[in-house]
Design a protein around this ligand. Sequence first.
Ligand code: ZN
Length: 466
Amino acid sequence: MNIKDFRLWIFITILSSFFVFFLIQSTPHIVLIGKEVQTLEFGQKYKEYGAKVKWLLRDLPLQIKIKNEINEKKIGTYKVKYSVQHKNKEIKKTRKIHIVDTQKPKIKLNGSTLSYVCPDQKYKEEGYTAYDNYDKDLTSKVKVDIKHDKIIYTVQDSSFNKAQKVRKISYQDKDIPKLELKGPSTINLYQNDSYTEPGYTSIDICDGDLTDTVQVEGSVDTSKIGTYTLTYISKDSFGNEAKKERVVIVKQKPIHAEKTIYLTFDDGPSASITPGILKILKEENVKATFFVINHSSNLDYLIKKEYDEGHTVGIHSYTHNYSKIYSSTAAYFEDLYAMQNKIERITGIKTTIIRFPGGSSNTISRKYSHGIMSLLTKQVTANGFQYFDWNVGSGDSGDVHTKEAVYQNVISHLTKKSNIVLMHDFEGNTKTLEALRDIIQYGKQNGYTFSRIETNTFPAHHGVNN
Ligand code: ZN
């Protein structure tokens, strides 16, 4: 084609385009607003933008009827039909709407995507579900392909969207055997009692019952007082090891002595009362027990004197503050050890003889921690302490105000066995100081022996109320 021909060709092309354009514009026709063919994802709403009637580049103000045949609940191809009457002629136009589902189903695996299976066992399916936005539940359509080290889950929805999940399988025993001790983890025995092993069980997820292979390290010699630890070890064939411990405490057997009086003084020492009590005890040649608390270090010499003169110094409390010591077992032991350390600094002796503030039967501790006395009475024993209550009350910290009443309370409650007498040497308690010599003389005249509390003394335990 030469230049001239090309120009002619251009000219003809432009001219014919104008002609076609004119031909279309010369009759009224419907023009759609928006795309003539639309694709909607399932769940997406169709939006009607409408249409216009055009003629010779102008809008004709005619009412267009729109007929929408779309069913949004089903994928498929639908029509939206536009029509208008113009001079006895119906003008029509159609919009095509494709509703499609291109979303993959979702597979959810129960359990982990990495499963541990015992070496010689088969994987047990933990389950799965498959859900599709269009087809809904596809769980029954999931194909499960079991390979040695993985499981492949595949599912397809009705639009052929495919989803896949993989669960890896590792053949190893990840768990330690389940080792359980029968009986309590702390056992209290008296000297020369016999120890009977309460037993144990060990079950391993891969190896099964391993009870017979459990090793017990340590031993108990009940002829010797002390704390013994038994260690139970169970190993599975994969080398996973379970370990448990049992503590056996062998104690001196308490002696419930005949006609014996144990005078005990709580809440001291005090500058006004303790020296007088020590003086009487010395003159009467009677040994007693002092359950002390932390006072000014100016009074430390009295604790030293109690000890030097042959009395037992026991722990009552460092603070004697119920709300603090009975708020938790940790708080109680912190207080207890503080007082044990203080007594050791003064006397050189690490005493294990204790009396709970309020006694083991106190109910005030309920206000601060429910059930704490049930725990503490067990735990102090497990930690090597001996706690002592009383079976003769003098009433000197309550509503008893005269030395006669203190005397009467004590002598009227004496029995022919061990009598642990509760009294106090707190500041200003003159009634007890004044009743003391009469109580001692009554005891001596009536065939009683006076002793100090030792670790094997009958402990006169109360029932625990909290
Ligand atoms: Zn007290």
